[in-house]
Design a protein around this ligand. Structure first.
Ligand code: DI6
Ligand code: FE
Length: 403
């Protein structure tokens, strides 16, 4: 098997439950797409037949980033809606008046497959350029069998065309499409009935819903989860973003991989997530862009031992950012995460929110996804914001992409 040695790096392995896992003069041995050995250069196993060797010149090496919550595939933009919100209209008011998600659904349905793919591709490449090697992509702007399938196929095509791992999530329960106006329960029946065909086509890794006053009720969300479970698919949930619906408890009841947003999460919700091992995915981009003032209960999540992940939530309405590093910074400044919690949130815990245990840390047996940064210490990744991108080299599955 092909062995590649990477040396002269300062490693932040995140290999243990706590701490950066710093190794000053670190080295990595990659075998195929896996990390075979990680440690101090001085204790590198001897007598190995090394096929290639790279000198990292002392740069900082971390696990590659995992963006575990995005809505990357859509048409159009919502710049006009942004202006309306600045003039005082709320996100909910705009949604209830038929704008918001529905306006993106109209633009997405009108866009051709290639246009959707090319736009999503550009967005994915921007994430990759800041060190992302694994990205989740949700549907949810199609809202019919034909159009949801199209978005999921674009997600799969991204994974096949780019050197990234793409996980696809079925989010037909994102908003009520106009053709089902006044018939939300019928729409839930319909989107549950579409799922078997989409799964049979290999398009679905997980199932999500938007449980909220402007989304779907807990009872409707439960039906979506039951349909997912009947097919053996894991679930996730947009929960407690704009109000407390008890969505986190419902997600926990179904053993959800994650509950996401969580600004309005209650103590009961925290406890339920802790019991179920459900990851809390915090989305500081949406918090910031919607000018939310209620903070997610970070101290309670920490105290209960709920793993915290972070993601861009890239979407045109509530988080039009493509900067995972900015999210690290915002998670610290807005949510008071430590820089170490923030980086864990976009690596090991982000992977966990996707059900991927084999990535997100630098340790033997993990997937060889790592990034070399122009930085001395990992806290710098959360410290700087905007402008210069410190990402120097990206390796995914043992192969170097950016240099
Ligand atoms: N919550 C969000 O923040 C995104 N979806 C959701 O359920 C926003 C989607 C949009 O506004 O287009
Ligand atoms: Fe989202």
């Amino acid at each position: 098997m092909n062995l590649t040695l990477w040396r002269q790096a300062r490693l932040a392995t995140l290999a243990d439950k706590r701490g950066w896992g710093l190794v000053e003069r670190g080295a990595l041995l990659v075998e195929g797409s896996e990390l075979r050995w990680v440690g101090d250069d001085a204790s590198l196993p001897r007598g190995l037949a090394i096929d290639a060797e790279h000198d990292l010149g002392g740069s900082l090496l971390t696990p590659a980033l995992v963006d575990c919550h995005t809505h990357l595939v859509y048409g159009g933009d919502r710049a006009r809606e942004f202006e309306l919100r600045l003039q005082g209209a709320s996100y909910e008011e705009i949604a209830r008046a038929g704008g918001g998600i529905r306006s993106t659904v109209a633009a997405t349905r009108a866009a051709g497959d290639d246009l959707l793919f090319e736009a999503a591709c550009r967005r994915a490449l921007a994430l990759l350029a800041e060190g992302v090697a694994t990205v989740e992509v949700k549907s949810g702007y199609g809202l019919s069998l034909e159009h949801e399938a199209r978005l999921l196929r674009v997600g799969r095509r991204l994974g096949a065309s780019l050197p990234l791992t793409v996980c696809t999530t079925y989010l037909a329960a994102h908003a009520l499409p106009p053709e089902f106006e006044g018939r939300a329960d019928d729409y839930i029946d319909a989107l549950c009935s579409w799922l078997p065909a989409l799964q049979a086509e290999g398009l679905v890794d997980a199932v999500d819903a938007f449980c909220d006053g402007i989304g779907f009720t807990p009872a409707q969300t439960r039906r979506v989860f039951e349909a997912a479970h009947a097919l053996g698919l894991p679930v996730k949930l947009h929960a407690e973003q704009l109000s407390d619906q008890g969505g986190a408890q419902l997600a926990a009841e179904f053993g959800a991989l994650s509950a996401d947003h969580l600004e309005y999460l209650s103590d009961d919700g925290v406890a339920a997530m802790a019991r179920a091992g459900t990851v809390a995915v915090l989305l500081p981009g949406a918090f910031y862009f919607l000018r939310e003032t209620k903070l997610p209960p970070v101290a309670a999540l920490r105290a209960a031992g709920v793993p915290i992940a972070l993601a861009t939530d890239h979407n045109p309405g509530s988080s039009p950012t493509l900067s995972p590093l900015l999210m690290l910074n915002m998670a610290c400044t807005l949510f008071r995460l430590t820089p170490e919690e923030a980086l864990r949130g976009m690596t090991v815990n982000g992977a966990r929110a996707l059900g991927l245990a084999g990535r997100g840390r630098l340790a033997a047996g993990q997937r060889a996804d790592f990034v070399a940064w122009d930085a001395e210490h990992p806290s710098e990744l959360a410290y700087r914001f905007g402008g210069a991108n410190p990402c120097r080299r990206v390796v995914t599955g043992g192969r170097e992409l950016i240099r």
